[in-house]
Design a protein around this ligand. Sequence first.
Ligand code: FES
Length: 167
Amino acid sequence: MSNHKIELTINGRQYSGDVEARTSLADFLRDDAGFTGVHLGCEHGVCGACTITVDGRAVRSCLMLAVQANGATVVTAEGLAAEDGTLHPVQQVMMEEHALQCGFCTPGVVMTLASLTGEGKQCSQAQIEGAMSGHICRCTGYQGIRRSAARLAYDAMGDSAQQGGDA
Ligand code: FES
């Protein structure tokens, strides 16, 4: 069986790999690159645990092949905090709101929220609510997750939306 050479950027560093065509991006990130913060729950696009960003957009890494990520820029939950350990704003808010229990769904939730908010991005409450509907938490963390999402949505709506807003 012939393998395929891929090169991509993960969390700011260059990686290369020699993968089978059928290798999922999630398996490459976990097993080859060592980013085990990419969690695998359902492995068919339902639970959201494996969410990462590819070129800035949230993606289910269980549904994407590693060969499709050739040349892409990938960020996993491990790549969000600053080098000095300062948490990403999404991580900070989720910590303050106790938005986790077992933590299994957390990296995927963090990556979806980070893809929509922060760094001057603007989005609506409806966009965030819609995106969060694609994440399953197995142990009652929803209240904290929803509080976090609401805070981040408010911050990301921008001044004009907040003045006339539906928050
Ligand atoms: S493991 Fe990818 S969506 Fe569930």
